[in-house]
Design a binder for this molecule. Structure first.
Ligand SMILES: [Zn+2]
Length: 350
């Protein structure tokens, strides 16, 4: 956003100018909270404020809604039952409202899905996921290990994490001082916010923050290395930031980064083969299976492809259907399309 516009917005929030309602969202870096322009809460310093076009962008960049001005509500047009759900979530980010829970309350899941899509550009389920991740990230920024935060944020109900956690760390998540550390950071890209994880050996995760599987993936790498995930710096993050920026500017066609993929021997072989697909080109599961001399294992190759947790660096986006169709992508098909077009464009200008 250009500086002049930001200054105008900042003056508007100082004046609580209601003419700006609905035109922008204020977010405060120090608290991780976003507000409407007219929020009554104490005004943050200019250098701590950033602005977004809409609530969706603020949520996907890791911010949580303010409890004072309730920026998720549309003035005078938020149904009472949605206000109630939002308040309950704000009070306890670990609550998960599934379709069944909504129906128990006499709410049609499609009703709330439509309202969220119309007003915030995302489904209620996607909002809940982002809210859990954002709440958890804020806590670990304040020094709590992800693995204990995971409990508080409702992660444990996915795939019996509670039991596996106990098996690895003992009964108390807080007594995990002896385990290894995986560093976690968040970075902004032209395709949205991403999370990266790294060990001393290299980058072990790079995913878009709205990916459905993100929670499961974080747990999987913690379990794999018997490690605790903490927000922190790692020497591999510096080169990752630099090289990703160059990639998105079309100035870099391959990466020279240390990566630390975590998986079975077969998965590792599949991921290595993915890295042999040249920039700007595509392959198919069938061709990847042939590359591994495993022509019978097309489906298994596809599955291992889907298990890749290091997006872009291990370019699983370069695999398409035999007929050229895009097929699935964890980060969303629109991103896969964007990445392939981006690479093609910069390949031809080389
Ligand atoms: Zn507010």
């Amino acid at each position: 956003m250009e500086l002049n516009l930001e200054e105008t917005y900042y003056q508007a929030i100082l004046a609580k100018d209601s003419a700006y309602e609905g035109t922008f969202i204020t977010a405060v870096k120090t608290t991780g909270i976003f507000c409407r322009p007219t929020c009554r809460a104490r005004k943050p310093k200019r250098e701590n404020v950033t602005f977004f076009k809409n609530t969706k962008d603020a949520i996907l960049s890791g911010y949580r809604p303010c409890k004072v001005c309730n920026p998720l509500e549309r003035l005078d047009e938020t149904p009472e039952f949605i206000k109630t759900l939002l308040n309950e979530l704000a009070a306890d980010p670990s609550i998960k409202f599934k379709d069944w829970d909504l129906r128990q309350r006499g709410i049609q899941p499609s009703q709330i899905r439509r309202w969220f899509l119309k007003n915030h550009g995302m489904t209620f389920q996607a909002y809940q996921r982002a809210f859990r991740i954002n709440s958890a990230f804020k806590k670990i920024q304040q020094g709590e290990p992800v693995t204990s935060v995971a409990f508080d944020s409702g992660f444990e109900s996915l795939s019996g994490f509670g039991d596996s956690f106990k098996a690895i760390f003992g009964s108390s998540p807080r007594n995990s001082k002896h385990s290894a550390i995986i560093d976690l950071t968040r970075l902004e890209t032209p395709l949205g916010t991403m999370f990266a994880c790294a060990t001393a050996e290299g980058i072990c995760l790079l995913e878009f923050s709205d990916r459905k599987m993100l929670e499961t993936e974080l747990k999987a790498i913690a379990k794999y290395l018997n490690a605790t995930i903490l927000q922190g710096e790692n020497r591999h993050f510096d080169s990752l930031r630099t090289q990703l920026t160059e990639y998105f500017e079309g100035k870099r066609t391959d990466f020279s980064l240390q990566i630390h993929p975590l998986g079975t021997d077969f998965q590792q072989a599949v991921w290595t083969a993915l890295q042999e697909i040249p920039y700007g080109t595509t392959s198919t599961y069938r061709r990847q299976a042939a590359r591994l001399n495993r022509t019978e294992a097309v489906r298994a190759v596809g599955n291992a492809n889907g298990m890749n947790r290091i997006s872009i660096l291990i370019p699983c986006h370069r695999v398409v259907g035999t007929d050229g169709s895009l097929t699935g992508y964890g980060g969303g098909l629109w991103r896969k399309k964007w990445l392939l077009e981006h690479e093609q464009k910069h390949l031809t200008t080389k």
